[in-house]
Each structure stands twice: as structure tokens, then as C-alpha cells.
Design a protein around this ligand. Structure first.
Ligand code: CMC
Length: 392
């Protein structure tokens, strides 16, 4: 093992070859299967992008409608599965509910766990995409102590997700098309991001030939951390605190730069982007437009924009190449839609689902795949002899 070198955080280790997502972090470029993220956000849709990521090509219009229809046919949850979610305390974090529910799925669909049968894998992929929003909507209602509302296929994937989350019990409810479009774009922007922490987790779990659900639920848990998907929740908490203490962005930034109590500007910085995250640029524009259109323009958006302006002109951030990442503005949109902060990371998970599935499928089909098993450099005591407890 003389050739083994330590690479903390895998800063310099490529764990695989992949045809799915291209990032040029210095230029701020992101492409799914070669298509620029800006074009997809403008012209495509979340489920079309989910097909693109998982199948490699954009679908024909027949293939697309077949794909959407198949997913929408499976959005319901069986009663005993609902009971499983209903057993959580109402103050359970929705990420705990989501990861547990996804872990439980293979128990309910044992016919879809063979990782090497293409039809089975397609079924598991469809089931995950179909069930994730329903589970997330139920987790949202659970936290509010509300009954679950079942899916209604005619409303569209994103529209019905919003309806399941927000329709008051027993009352008709029309989802705002502006919200539907905004959430569709947000989910699409999160759909894949190559070998980030959760996707690497999905791959390493799957490399042991664990089924797709087991691998994805591990990914959901990896996403929950504040340095990864949990950052969108942390951004809103940060903005709320700044607002509550008088809205002084400059004072907060001084704390960040002095690294007081390890405080970071959440939603800033990225392992790969050393330039403006192209997703953040799209979200910022959407937040500005959508909040104005809905008349929900928020003082916190102004605080966020002030923080950004200070950062982009400040030596600390410039020399470290710290720019807004995707999470900096997403929370403001989720909030305007009516989601509580604890739902922000589950929304990220619903969006990232196609990427986890696509990366897992690519890995399973790649003959070069081996079980993930990093090495280490041992730094503990050298050999020593056991001493009985009474002699220590
Ligand atoms: N605020 C203040 N300083 C920062 C920040 C920040 N947000 N991010 C990095 N730095 C500083 C860091 O202190 C270090 O400074 P120094 O050289 O003086 O020690 C330098 O920049 C390099 O940072 P690092 O932690 O070594 O960089 P990394 O590549 O290991 O971490 C990161 C990347 C995203 C974890 C980090 O930038 C961070 O913690 N950002 C805030 C959390 C966040 O927004 N995460 C979401 C990431 S994007 C979506 C996702 O993955 O879910």
C-alpha cells in the first residue's frame, strides 16, 4: 500500500467516469447530457429532464407522454404505507420521514429490487419518482397535524404535488400556475450535479449491489447535512436571524469574515464552482420575478441581495472564489410557495431523485464498477499487548 495517498474530502479523486452531467466550475457551466442548464430551465420540464438523465436522450413526444403517464399512475400510497408515515411524531423532521419511507419502499414493492433486470430497474425508477412528492407532501401535512390528501392525476406532477401539500381538508383548491412553473424549474435545476456528497453516497451504497431504494435512501440522509442539501434551510434561518436583529447585512458579514463562532455565509461557496453557480443565477432571476408577480416581495430577498453584493465586492470572498450557490435563493421561493423551512431539503431531495437514479443505473451498467472500498493510512498505536482490566 506504499502508493496510497490521503485525499481528504476527495478533492482530487475521480471516483468514476460518467456521461451524465458536465460541470466547468471555473467557467460556471452546467450541462445535463450535453444540454445547457439554461436551455433546459427555459424550455424543458422536470419530468422530461428526469427521462433525459435516466435514459440518456430526450424522449420523443410519445415516449414522454408514456413516461409521464406511467409515473402519475403510481403516485398513490397504500393505506398501510400511509400508516407507517402516520406513526411519526408531528415534530419529526420531514427528511427523517422521507428517508425512512424510501427505505421502506422495497418492503412494499419486493418485485422491483433486482438491480440487474432492466425492467425491474425501470419500475423502481418510476416508483421512486412517483412516490417522492406524495411522501414529501404527506410529511408536510403531518408536521401541520393535517390528514393526507391523495393524488389526483389530472393535475400534473408538480401541480398535484403542490395541491397535495396545500389543499385544506375538504375544500376545493386551485394551484397557482406561476407556482407550478417556478417549482418545476427549481426541481429541474436540482436534478443532477455529478459526484456530490449524496450522489457519491448513492453510488457507494449501490456498489455493494444494494437495491435502488436502499441506495437512494442513503443519499437522502447524506443530503440532510447543512453543508449539502440542508444549506437551503440554513440560509433561511440565517436571513431570519439577520432580519430579527435589525437587518444589518454588514455586521453579519464582519462576523463571517472573522470566522466568529465558525459562522459561514450559508448558500455561498462550492467545492466545484469557483464562479457564479449557473443555477443560482436562474433562481435569483426567478425569485425576483415570481415574488413580484405574486405580490410576495420579501424583505429577506433584499437582505439576501445585499449580502450577495457585499460578498461579490469583498476581498475575503473574492480571494476564496466564493459565489452564491443554488441554495442561496431557493428558500425564498419555497417560502413564498408556503413551505416551512424544514421542507426545503425534502424539496431538494424530490428534485435530485432523477440524478440519484441515473447515476446508480449508469454505475450498475458499467463493467468497470467495483465495490467502493477506499483505503486509509493507519495512524494509531503500533502493536501492543493486552493488559487485564485490574492491572490498568
Ligand atoms: N462562508 C464563509 N467562508 C467560507 C464559506 C462560506 N460559505 N465557504 C467557504 N469558506 C471559506 C473557508 O472558511 C475556507 O477559508 P480558509 O481558506 O481561510 O480556511 C475557504 O473558504 C475554503 O472553504 P472550504 O470549506 O475548504 O471549501 P470546501 O470545498 O471544503 O467546502 C462548501 C465547500 C460548500 C461546503 C463550503 O463553501 C460551505 O460550507 N458553504 C456553506 C454551505 C453551503 O452553502 N452549502 C451548499 C453547497 S451547494 C448545494 C449542495 O451541495 O447541497
Amino acid at each position: 500500500t506504499g502508493l496510497v495517498t490521503v485525499d481528504p474530502g476527495f478533492m482530487n479523486t475521480a471516483s468514476c467516469e460518467s456521461e451524465i452531467t458536465y460541470i466547468d466550475g471555473d467557467a460556471g457551466i452546467l450541462r445535463y447530457r450535453g444540454y445547457p442548464i439554461e436551455q433546459l430551465a427555459e424550455q424543458s420540464s422536470f419530468l422530461e429532464v428526469a427521462y433525459l438523465l435516466t435514459h440518456g436522450e430526450l424522449p420523443s413526444s410519445d415516449a414522454l407522454s408514456g413516461w409521464i403517464e406511467r409515473i402519475e399512475r403510481h403516485t398513490h400510497l397504500h393505506d398501510n404505507f400511509k400508516a407507517l408515515i402516520g406513526a411519526f411524531p408531528t415534530n419529526a423532521h420531514p427528511m427523517a420521514v422521507l428517508s425512512s419511507a424510501v427505505s421502506a419502499l422495497p418492503g412494499y414493492y419486493p418485485e422491483s429490487v433486482d438491480p440487474f433486470d432492466p425492467e425491474t430497474v425501470e419500475l423502481a425508477s418510476v416508483l421512486l419518482l412517483a412516490k417522492a412528492p406524495t411522501i414529501a407532501a404527506y410529511a408536510h401535512r403531518r408536521a401541520l397535524g393535517q390528514e393526507m390528501i391523495g393524488p389526483d392525476r389530472g393535475k400534473g406532477y408538480v401541480g398535484d404535488f403542490l395541491r397535495m401539500a396545500f389543499q385544506p381538508n375538504g375544500t376545493p383548491y386551485e394551484v397557482d400556475p406561476v407556482m407550478v412553473k417556478a417549482l418545476d424549474v427549481l426541481l429541474l435545476l436540482h436534478a443532477d450535479h455529478e459526484q456530490n456528497c449524496s450522489t457519491s453516497t448513492v453510488r457507494i451504497v449501490g456498489s455493494s449491489h444494494a437495491n435502488l431504494y436502499a441506495s437512494v435512501s442513503a443519499g437522502i440522509n447524506a443530503l440532510s447535512g447543512p453543508l449539502h442539501g440542508g444549506a437551503n434551510e440554513a440560509v433561511l434561518q440565517m436571513l431570519t436571524q439577520i432580519q430579527a436583529s435589525g437587518g444589518d447585512a454588514t455586521e453579519f458579514m464582519t462576523k463571517v469574515k472573522n470566522k466568529e463562532d465558525g459562522v459561514r455565509l450559508m448558500g455561498f461557496g462550492h467545492r466545484v464552482y469557483k464562479n457564479y453557480d449557473p443555477r443560482a443565477a436562474i433562481v435569483k432571476k426567478a425569485a425576483d420575478e415570481v415574488l413580484s408577480k405574486l405580490g410576495k416581495r420579501d424583505e429577506m430577498l433584499d437582505i439576501a441581495m445585499r449580502l450577495e453584493e457585499i460578498a461579490l465586492n469583498d476581498e475575503y470572498f473574492i480571494e476564496r472564489k466564493l459565489y452564491p450557490n443554488v441554495d442561496f435563493y431557493t428558500g425564498l421561493l419555497y417560502k413564498a410557495m408556503g413551505f416551512s423551512t424544514s421542507m426545503f431539503t425534502p424539496l431538494f431531495a424530490v428534485g435530485r431523485m432523477p440524478g440519484w437514479i441515473a447515476q446508480w443505473r449508469e454505475m450498475m451498467q458499467d463493467p468497470a464498477t467495483k465495490i467502493g472500498r477506499p483505503r486509509q493510512i493507519y495512524t494509531g498505536p503500533t502493536s501492543r499487548d493486552y493488559v487485564a482490566a485490574e492491572q490498568r
